[in-house]
Design a protein around this ligand. Structure first.
Ligand SMILES: [Zn+2]
Length: 417
């Protein structure tokens, strides 16, 4: 092993994006082997399994294990599958891919769920993570290693009066006018910040285009007033409400700037458990964000997932816009080959203070462990190649790794460790 590999392997990590349940939630849900599918489940579904088949508590564990094995056989080439295998092997000593083997390891997973030290063991000790941001739509995380990021989509995905009502309830304010509604959204952001939120998140690429026009207050207000006149459930179409959404996206960016919060935005590839295999991938091309990036020079835009599969435009944008930060969340497990190619190009193009090297994007710590192990290997391999080419000195490669895995996140999110 080269010294750059050894160096990268021992680095302590700040993990910029996860969907990890708190230890308390995991315990309450009594999570088992079948709770650990996450991304793998999406590949099983793409390979023909019925969605939800493994979560169906009406089937016995034996039946679920047999279903799993049938589709595992079809998918075990993918990186999602490889991550599952590597987590099960390293953390549970599992390599018996039979119904009996699964039933045995299922008991071990349930025991881990109820082990009060499991998160510390996997995240802090085995993965080397000092802090992780998690998006589970609450700021009450009750775990030292976690900091919250909140999806703000629910404040601008307004289609009926119930959607407005949910925001009013969350903010503890009534919105009788559009200005009153903006005050409620602002109050929510302010409260989340007080409660420790380190960034806002916009996930709209999953349900509409990233492109936003610049409607006036009056245009947005007239849509809002029409919504107030609707019944609770029956409302307006996506097309009818788009100017209101666009106005609110601008508003959330403006208020994030005011509260010094970076803005994480989903760009590129969609996860099918969120989009139900019905997504329109061109909606998520990061280049659609250009008017917003140009307008808000004082914002900090963290564009997630390297924009894959639109990563070439993404790299050009990151090279030219001082307010754009790149982020490798999820990217290594979508395709290690693509991730390595993107990293090579990014080293050549993008200043190293603008690169966020890791976010596991998993909903269970086992996935985060396997993903980070893969990420360290890819980053070290890439840096070793850059050193061998003579493009980087070893000590500069080490500094680069410090930056992307730790220091950049501490600076960008103003973390107090
Ligand atoms: Zn995510």
């Amino acid at each position: 092993m080269s010294s750059i590999h050894e160096y990268v392997n021992q680095l302590r990590i700040i993990d910029g994006h996860e969907h990890l349940a708190t230890p308390q939630i995991r315990k309450k849900e009594n999570q088992d082997f079948f709770s650990l599918m996450h991304y793998l489940d999406s590949d099983l579904v793409t390979a023909g399994m019925e969605r939800g088949a493994l979560g169906n508590k009406k089937s016995s564990d034996e039946e679920r294990a047999a279903t799993f094995l049938k589709y595992w056989e079809r998918t075990n080439n993918t990186t999602y599958a490889r991550m599952f295998g590597s987590a099960m092997q390293d953390l549970y000593g599992f390599n018996d891919w039979s119904v009996k083997g699964i039933l045995d390891v299922n008991e071990k997973v349930k025991a881990a769920t109820h082990d009060p030290d499991w998160y510390n063991e996997v995240l802090f000790k085995k993965s080397g993570i000092d802090l992780a941001f998690t998006l589970i739509q609450t700021t009450k995380l009750e775990y030292d290693l976690f900091r919250p990021i909140m999806f703000m989509d629910f404040t601008f995905r307004l289609r009926n009066r119930k959607d407005i009502h949910d925001v009013e309830q969350g903010a503890g304010m009534n919105a009788h006018t559009f200005q009153g509604y903006l005050d409620a959204v602002d109050a929510l952001l302010h409260r989340y910040k007080q409660e420790g939120m380190v960034a806002t998140k916009l996930g709209h690429a999953y349900w509409r285009s990233l492109a936003s026009s610049k409607p006036t207050f009056h245009e947005a207000e007239s849509v809002f007033n029409r919504l107030l006149g609707c019944t609770l459930a029956e409302g307006l179409s996506q097309l009818e409400t788009v100017s209101l959404q666009d106005y609110l996206i601008h508003f959330i960016i403006q208020r994030s700037i005011a509260y010094e919060l970076p803005i994480q935005i989903h760009t590129g590839h969609h996860e099918t458990s969120v989009s139900s295999n019905g997504n329109l991938i061109p909606n998520s091309n990061a280049a659609l964000l250009l008017p917003l990036l140009a307008e808000y020079e004082d914002a900090k835009f963290v564009l997630l997932h390297c924009g894959f599969p639109y990563h070439d435009a993404y790299l050009s944008m990151a090279k030219n816009y001082p307010n754009v930060y790149t982020d490798f969340t999820w990217t290594y497990i979508i395709s290690p080959t693509a991730a390595k190619g993107i990293l090579h190009q990014m080293i050549e193009m993008v200043p190293q203070t603008k690169i966020q090297g890791f976010g596991g994007d998993y909903n269970h710590v086992e996935g985060t462990y396997a993903h980070l192990k893969l990420a360290r290997g890819i980053v070290a391999d890439t840096l070793a190649e850059k050193i061998a080419e003579g493009a980087m000195k070893e000590k500069d490669a080490m500094r680069f790794a410090d930056r992307i895995f730790r220091e950049n996140l501490i600076e960008l999110y103003q973390l107090d460790l």
